[in-house]
Design a protein. Sequence first.
Length: 114
Amino acid sequence: MITSIHTLIYSDDAAATRAFLRDVLGWKYVSEDFDNDWLIFKSGPSEMGVHPTHSEWKGQTYDHPRHHLIALMCDDIDATVGELRAKGAQFRDSIEQHEYGQVIMMIVPGARRG
């Protein structure tokens, strides 16, 4: 079943948001993959990443609206999706392979996007 959660905050000022989580809330970080300012925070057995609403990386520009995203993690996505479907959960499309792992979008009642 689900073993942890990875949440994202898209911020207009990602550095300030990260500093608040690090300095004010005192959260430890588990990763600084891209540079010292790109922190992934530990939150119990889970993580929280802060992504900028505007960024440039490897010559490409990325723009995202302010929003929040929750990624539920598990050891066996096929088994977990099957268990959740048996309980009435619905998903968009099918499981897809991304560079960071397998992904499927779950529909959350009352939280429809777009």
